[in-house]
Design a protein around this ligand. Sequence first.
Ligand code: NAD
Length: 366
Amino acid sequence: MVNTETKAGSAEVVLGRMEKHDHEEVLFCFDRATGLKAIIAIHDTTLGPALGGTRMWPYATEAEALQDVLRLSRGMTYKSSLAGLDLGGGKAVIIGDARTQKTEAMFRRFGQFVDSLNGRYITAEDVGMSTTEMVNILKETKNVAGLPEEMGGSGDPSPVTAYGVYCGMKAAAKTAYGSDDLSGRKVSIQGAGNVGKGLVALLVKDGASVFLTDIHDDKLAAIKAEFPAITLVKPEEVYDLDVDIYSPCALGATVNDDTLKRLKCSVIAGAANNQLADEGVHGKAVMKKGILYAPDFLINAGGIINCAWERKGYNRKAALNQTEGIYATALRIFKASAELAIPTYLAANQAAEHRISSIREAGLRF
Ligand code: NAD
């Protein structure tokens, strides 16, 4: 269903794009009084309500915003399916400048649009959003997740995400080296942010040799002060290091034509979304190079698992236990990838699709 008034001919542009990846619903939200321009995309609700954050970004064109929300909402379907959650995939984008255009009224109006979907879409924080906006959305709808602890939510998901990445990395080590023991393994981490910091702590505890980089020296210095044994490196050096494992925890698209010529690792396992610059091309290229790639949406699911627990009555220990399941899922995906001789991202996609179609075919959909 498309809830929009469109010019003659343009409906095919939207519906055609929805048809390509089976998006269920796209809601275009416009409000003159508050200046709100938003798009909410619900990709698939077979497994449960579509959960995914709202991103505020100054998209140059509506087409760009639509493209982003369709891509991101589909990604959420796969992530939640693979994590075994009873959640579907959705996402929202607000077109605008997060530094200058936010008002209480705009986000309350946006909350009303979310509410109009009657729980089919649950929003959360994403790029450009902060607690202030979540408070305003919450005034108009209860369909909000991932709230800060002081608002009765589950708080910062990053430590849980870091734990999931660590579990996925261990599964990759087990597959690549025959042992999941990370002591003595050389691991480079790109990004000393919330997830990177948590990952450093887990790896140092295990006795790994950690090489850390970031574009902000103050972040590096703070982590080095806490973990003196780690080695700091310059941002561009990270691709040339002689390490066993490369862990992208900053940006997307860092596995590309250029970096693949330089990377010497045998495992890639990190938190950043969309690490493969072009899934089809670089998913195959890593495989050809003998690098085991742990699909990002598989091993960075700790955050969404944490969010899902908020809805059941938050329990950090239970969220961490479920996140530990990433280890077994990753082993299963690596095995399928080897047996079928397909890239790991494709094996992960197929497993996510299989769970959804089996629930749908059994008539058990949400
Ligand atoms: P963050 O913003 O706290 O940290 C990212 C860090 O990367 C920052 O310190 C930044 O300075 C650094 N950085 C940016 N460009 C860089 C570059 N070129 N080289 C080196 N460092 C660079 O983000 P985060 O919460 O730690 O998340 C890390 C990644 O994981 C992001 O891509 C995020 O989308 C993804 N992710 C995070 C979570 C979560 O729970 N936080 C969940 C799923 C996925």
